[in-house]
Design a protein around this ligand. Sequence first.
Ligand SMILES: Cc1ncc(COP(=O)(O)O)c(C=O)c1O
Length: 384
Amino acid sequence: MTNQDGFETLAIHAGQEPDPVTGAVVPPIYQVSTYKQDGVGGLRGGYEYSRSANPTRTALEQCLAALEGAPRALAFASGMAAEDCLLRTVCSPGDHVLVPDDAYGGTYRLFARVFSGWGLTHDVVPISHVAAVREQLAARKITVVWAETPTNPLLGIADIRALAEAAHEAGALLVVDNTFASPYLQQPLVLGADVVVHSTTKYLGGHSDVVGGALVVADPELAERLAFTQNATGGVAGPFDSWLTLRGVKTLAARMDRHCRNAMRVAQMLAEHPAVSEVLYPGLPSLPGHKTAQEQMRAFGGMVSFRLLAGEEAAVRACGRTRLFTLGESLGGVESLIEHPARMTHASVTGSPLEVPGDLIRLSVGIEDCDDLLDDLRQALSDD
Ligand SMILES: Cc1ncc(COP(=O)(O)O)c(C=O)c1O
């Protein structure tokens, strides 16, 4: 692989040279905990114990690093394990961080319910408004600015380049959760971010069959510190999970193209639907973040949220009436999912500044025949 290879080539080949022993074209699942050493202190190929490193995990890490245009990636047991490792490494008790006003509920819970007890304090900022973020950065010492873009579940857009500039001027790190976009649509490190977080459970894995997470970093020294914490605390991706994720990554580009196409049609249909009061999809020119999304993303992604005129109970009823959209948490798989964020993925932020409207429905638009998806949504909305 060379740095000049295109995204699709890297997704299929980076970190995935044919096995030197057998020529197997897919990296084997090294289902092993320990390795025979070449004498005391003489590691064979850098492997001694699979918490520290495992060849299947290495293959995934090399591939993810290549896809984000970075020197190093680390693979974890879940997105939350990746976030936990990152915060323990770059923050200390007494530090202060900025958290976005719209984000995955579990991320906010980590700050508000876990790291607060460790002495890490936070302020919630409207992450789409760089001026508001700058104001906070000027008011006190900030260690980390945390951004999601597009955000979960309101599909807000953060200007990565402008945030990176603002964070760096104030001596803070910019972390971008790139789960919704995936590296195919957006490469935050190339735009100036310091750390990319992924729930690889979503688009990278792509088939709703594995939970995983990743950190991708531009600075090798920071990567070393993260690897130290990862090994010391142990939230690593196992070999089979790494293998499943790597298999999903190979088709990321092809899947994302289809997700984006289907989602755009779904958003356009919903925008015209009489039961719908608002559609949140970065591909719609009416969305405030549309222009920034156009500048920093290849396309607008597979997530669509919308609000119903008839309110919360109607939204809950609609979620229960679909045939093809499966009622479920998570996102980014080939199959379409529907959910009610206020009572499901974002129940943990009720009563917080991140609370989401009760009339909101979130769709993860899959890669099925789009006409079938449109019919399914029309029938689910027909009674309200
Ligand atoms: C944007 C985002 N970040 C992080 C996570 C956490 O990842 P995981 O569920 O793999 O721990 C999620 C999970 O839904 C997510 O949507």
